[in-house]
Design a binder for this molecule. Structure first.
Ligand code: SF4
Length: 228
């Protein structure tokens, strides 16, 4: 259970969700079917943050439910996890599409769309209060860790993060699907390893925080990420 002293000043997650569902702060609101806010355990020590919703996510209003999402579910299962134990969301809550051909084609969100949507991501993460943020894919890592993040070199390492006690980045399951072949798992084993590492750190940090509060020591300060 999350210590009361740690939630006193947190935003309410449902209030943030309600606000996001009616948001028209950027152009992505015009053609979306659903705002994909996020789902999972609202008090989880681990939050997975992807880039933005695709077609299936836009249709259903749920994050990571297409082919990439199914691969993510498999990776979570290999770590003994599922969507009831972690929280999953994206940096941008509405689907970004190029409509120049008359048909919607997924495109990366622009910097201004990403910036506009921080008004929801920031209070969402503050409401959950995770110990660890796992950035799923390079765009999320560039958004939440550092602009020049190099996913193939720096994935799986701990970094300071303003939204949690540490952040780790991993490969996006869509990237893994594109790269998997007869002689390679495309990086699936790395995704599993990174999730396992992030969960282990998240639970250890949460247990330390809880036992510290229960023993009357109060909330421990932020530890340097590399001490994990
Ligand atoms: S992407 Fe974010 S900022 Fe833009 S309309 Fe959707 S919820 Fe609002």
């Amino acid at each position: 259970m999350t210590p009361v002293s740690l939630v006193a000043s947190r935003p309410d997650l449902e209030t943030v969700r309600t606000g996001a569902l009616g948001c028209t702060a950027c152009g992505l609101a015009e053609r979306r079917s659903n705002v994909v806010f996020g789902e999972g355990a609202p008090d989880s020590p681990l939050v997975l943050v992807g880039e933005g919703p695709g077609e299936e996510e836009d249709k259903t209003g749920r994050p990571f439910v297409g082919r990439a999402g199914k691969l993510l579910d498999r990776a979570l299962a290999e770590c003994g996890l599922d969507r009831t134990k972690v929280y999953i969301c994206n940096t941008v809550k509405c689907r970004a599409c190029d409509w120049s051909t008359g048909r919607p084609v997924n495109r990366p969100p622009t910097d201004s769309e990403t910036l506009a949507c921080r008004q929801w991501l920031v209070p969402q993460l503050a409401a959950i209060g995770p110990e660890v943020v796992l950035c799923v894919g390079a765009p999320s890592a560039k958004n939440l860790i550092k602009r020049d993040f190099k996913i193939t070199v720096e994935r799986g390492r701990y970094f300071p993060c303003e939204f949690a006690r540490t952040a780790i980045a991993t490969l996006h399951p869509a990237y893994i699907l594109r790269n998997a072949g007869a002689s390679s798992d495309g990086g699936f084993s790395l995704l599993v390893a990174d999730i396992a590492k992030a969960w282990e750190a998240a639970t250890r940090l949460r247990e330390g925080r809880t036992s510290s509060v229960e023993s009357g020591e109060g909330s421990p300060g932020l530890q340097p990420a590399l001490e994990l």
